[in-house]
Design a protein around this ligand. Structure first.
Ligand code: GLN
Length: 446
């Protein structure tokens, strides 16, 4: 598939042809990456995750409860795509309300990994990554609350960028965990990630958590020649599969031969990250999802009184994983448990952020795995706790609000892509992209 960088230089007529070509290919594809084929605006077609509002489009967040709901306005990122020569084409499949790591919890069916259709594409932005890697999308917008852009990009062999919290407006993104969510690009390469990031980032007064600062465009300033100090976290890596450890070691060597300086660090055990994330994310989710009551949005159950209406609409509309998280979130917020769980998790969140900042006193970037394994088989991860554990490398970055980019660095013996991520200081997307481009050129992943 043509890259975003090249597609933006095409004439209007050629872009129109590109759109038709993508539509034909996507409709013939059996990946189940697309859950809708709507169009909005003109320019280079970009594929949109099903939790970002596009005026007049259906937006379901992968849930039955939002079946039939039509977005009444555009998310800020959608307006920005239009201002930068891009249009929206098609809805990508996702885990219900972005809760998951495999795209198996979507009410609209399972998406397949383009490298092996018996495997998951990752999640929650699995449709977006599968379409980009599968040659049926130029680029896509996903959302990342605890890894949902980076991990599917790693499982599918494409690039995923989670910007600094506050860099990209969340206005018009269906909230999962508001203090963690960020919209970001899923692309074929690092340059395209930089172009799409530039298009969608910037201060937005419609989002009170949007950072009130100017974001310089990264694309015109991309500099893969910069020599950087890169931290490797020695005690992190042992929990990853041997093939990922091998890819990690090879990447460290490649970085050294590029002239970057490697420093060795340790961080606290990732088990605290998982507990902290799943307390904070579920607490926020329980609050955010309280609005889906069958009255204001989407699907309404048959009921004879208002109490039953709420109960039946929510019981029928939400899937199992979403219900589990609402229960957990309400539990950790309930009186008597709030201090023990929620408040403690907030304190640990600060420690996690401080720990990253300490490393950034001596390093420009941190190199880390994205996931402990390559994409698992569909149906293989049955235990929800096992699923949560697979997020061990991605969620701390959201808790700390940092930017991170996942890019493919190799394949395992069965040919499945292996992705690693760079993590940067808050608001230092430029260094993140510079370092990533330098690595991408050295690796030459095919
Ligand atoms: N897998 C994580 C979760 O289920 C992250 C999901 C995401 O980033 N949206 O919460």
């Amino acid at each position: 598939m043509i890259t975003l960088e090249v597609a933006l230089k095409l004439s209007k007529a050629e872009q129109e042809e590109l759109k038709e070509e993508i539509l034909t290919k996507a409709k013939a594809s059996d990946l189940n990456a697309y859950v809708g084929f709507e169009e909005h605006g003109s320019g280079v077609p970009i594929f949109i995750k099903d939790n970002i509002q596009v005026d007049g489009w259906s937006v379901t967040s992968g849930s039955k409860i939002l079946q039939g709901y039509i977005a009444p306005y555009n998310a800020t990122v959608i307006e920005k795509l239009g201002q930068n020569g891009m249009m929206c084409l098609g809805r990508s499949n996702m885990d219900e309300f972005a809760m998951g790591s495999t795209t198996e919890s979507s009410y609209y069916g399972i998406t397949k990994n383009p490298h092996d259709s018996s495997r998951v594409p990752g999640g929650s932005s699995g449709g977006a990554a599968a379409a980009v890697a599968g040659g049926i999308a130029v680029a896509a917008l996903g959302s990342d609350t605890g890894g949902s852009i980076r991990q599917p990009a790693a499982y599918c062999g494409c690039v995923g960028l989670k910007p600094t919290y506050g860099r990209v407006s969340r206005y018009g993104l269906a909230a999962y965990a508001s203090s963690l969510d960020q919209i970001g690009p899923i692309t074929q390469n690092v340059t395209d990630a930089s172009i799409l990031y530039d298009a969608i980032s910037g201060h937005d007064e419609k989002d009170s958590t949007s950072a009130d600062m100017v974001s310089e465009p990264t694309f015109p300033n991309l500099n893969p020649q910069r020599k950087l100090t890169i931290a490797v976290i020695d005690n992190y890596i042992s929990e990853a599969s041997s093939e990922i450890q091998k890819a990690y070691a090879n990447t460290v060597k490649a970085l050294e031969s590029l002239g970057h300086t490697i420093v060795h660090k340790n961080m606290q055990n990732t088990k605290y990250d998982i507990a902290t994330y799943y307390i904070i994310a579920t607490a926020e989710a329980a609050t955010n999802l309280a609005r889906f009551d069958g009255v204001r949005y989407g699907r309404r159950a048959d009921a004879t009184n208002v109490g039953d209406l709420f109960i039946k609409s929510r019981s029928e509309g939400f899937g199992e994983e979403v219900k589990r998280r609402i229960l957990l979130g309400n539990f950790v917020l309930s009186s008597g448990y709030y201090d023990a769980y929620y408040l403690k998790a907030q304190k640990v969140r600060h420690l996690i952020r401080d720990e990253f900042n300490k490393i950034f006193e001596v390093a420009d970037l941190i190199l880390s795995p994205v996931a402990p394994s390559v994409a698992p088989k569909i149906g293989a991860v049955e235990d929800p706790l096992e699923m949560y554990k697979s997020d061990m490398y991605t969620i701390a970055i959201n808790l700390a609000g940092l930017p991170a980019l996942s890019l493919p660095v190799g394949r395992d013996e069965s040919g499945m892509p292996i992705g690693l991520q760079f993590i940067a200081k808050a608001f230092d997307e430029q260094t993140l992209l510079d370092g990533s481009l330098s690595l991408e050129r050295a690796i030459n992943y095919k």
